[in-house]
Design a protein around this ligand. Structure first.
Ligand code: PEP
Length: 254
C-alpha cells in the first residue's frame, strides 16, 4: 500500500518562506521506504517555489489546496487543474473541511472538483469528516457515506477500478480535531477508518484495498507513530505541525 505524508500549509508562507521550508524538507528527508510519498499542499502563490525546491526528488511532490472544475473561463479568483500543473503541482486537495464549512462547498461541488482534477492529470487527496454535532448525533457513518458516494457515484467509467490506484487518496479528518489540538483517540480513528474502508469497498470493490486512507487532525511528532500503527491508517495529513520543516520531518520519521 502506498503511504502518504501530506502537509497542508493552508494560508501561510510567503514565496521566500515556502522556498526555505521546502528546501529544508528536501535536504532533511532521509531515504524513504519504497511506496512512500511526501506531498506539500501550498498556497497557489508558492506552489512553484515548493516544486522548484523539490525538483529531482521523486518522492516529494507539490500540490494545490483547491481547484475549479473548468478548463478556463470567467471564474474570477479560481484556478484550473492545468494552471496548478503548470505551476508544478501534481496533487490537489478536495473537500477540505475549511472549504466545506468556511467557503460553503457542498458534496456535489467537491465531487465535480475531484473528478475534473483526476480527468485533467492531477492526483487527488479527497478529504471527508464529520463535525462534532454530527458525531454526537450518531451520524458518523451517514456523513462519511454521503461525502464518499457523492464522488464515487459520479465517477466516469474511465476512472473506475485500477485507474484510481496511485491517483486518489482519501483523508479522514474529524472536523472537531482540525487545528484544535484534540486528536481523535485510537478507537475513534480505528472505527472511522474501518468505516471509510468498508464504504470504499462498497463503492469501488476490490480497488478500495489499494486506496490509501490518511488521518488528519492535530497530528504532532508525539502522536504520529501511534496513529500510523493503526489498521487502515496509510498516511497522515498535517496542518499546523507541518509549517516547521523540523516537526514535519519528525512526523515522517516517526
Ligand atoms: C488540516 O489542515 O488538514 C489539519 C489536519 O490541520 P491540523 O493538523 O492543524 O489539525
Amino acid at each position: 500500500m502506498q503511504k502518504i505524508f501530506a502537509a497542508n500549509w493552508k494560508m501561510y508562507k510567503t514565496r521566500a518562506q515556502a522556498s526555505q521550508g521546502a528546501g529544508e524538507l528536501a535536504s532533511g528527508l532521509g531515504q524513504l521506504p519504497a511506496g512512500h510519498e511526501v506531498v506539500v499542499f501550498a498556497p497557489f502563490t508558492s506552489i512553484s517555489c515548493v516544486a522548484d525546491a523539490f525538483n529531482g526528488k521523486p518522492v516529494l511532490s507539490a500540490g494545490g489546496q483547491n481547484c475549479y472544475p473548468a478548463e478556463e473561463g470567467a471564474f474570477t479568483g479560481e484556478t484550473s487543474p492545468a494552471m496548478l500543473r503548470d505551476a508544478g503541482a501534481s496533487w490537489v486537495l478536495t473537500g477540505h473541511s475549511e472549504r466545506r464549512h468556511i467557503m460553503g462547498e457542498d458534496d456535489a461541488l467537491v465531487a465535480r472538483k475531484t473528478i475534473f482534477a483526476l480527468e485533467h492529470g492531477l492526483n487527488v487527496l479527497l478529504c471527508i469528516g464529520e463535525t462534532l454535532d454530527e458525531r454526537e448525533a450518531g451520524k458518523l457513518n451517514a456523513v462519511l457515506e454521503k461525502q464518499l458516494s457523492a464522488v464515487f457515484s459520479a465517477m466516469p467509467g474511465n476512472l473506475r477500478g485500477d485507474a484510481l490506484v496511485g491517483r486518489l487518496a482519501v483523508g479522514y479528518e474529524p472536523v472537531w480535531a482540525i487545528g484544535t489540538g484534540k486528536v481523535a483517540g485510537p478507537e475513534e480513528v480505528l472505527d472511522a477508518h474501518a468505516v471509510t474502508r468498508a464504504l470504499l469497498q462498497k463503492l469501488v470493490g476490490e480497488t478500495a484495498n489499494r486506496l490509501p486512507i490518511l488521518y488528519g487532525g492535530s497530528v504532532k511528532p508525539n502522536n504520529a507513530a501511534g496513529l500510523m500503527a493503526l489498521d487502515n491508517v496509510d498516511g497522515l495529513l498535517v496542518g499546523g505541525a507541518s509549517l516547521e520543516a523540523k516537526s514535519f520531518l519528525q512526523i515522517i520519521g516517526a
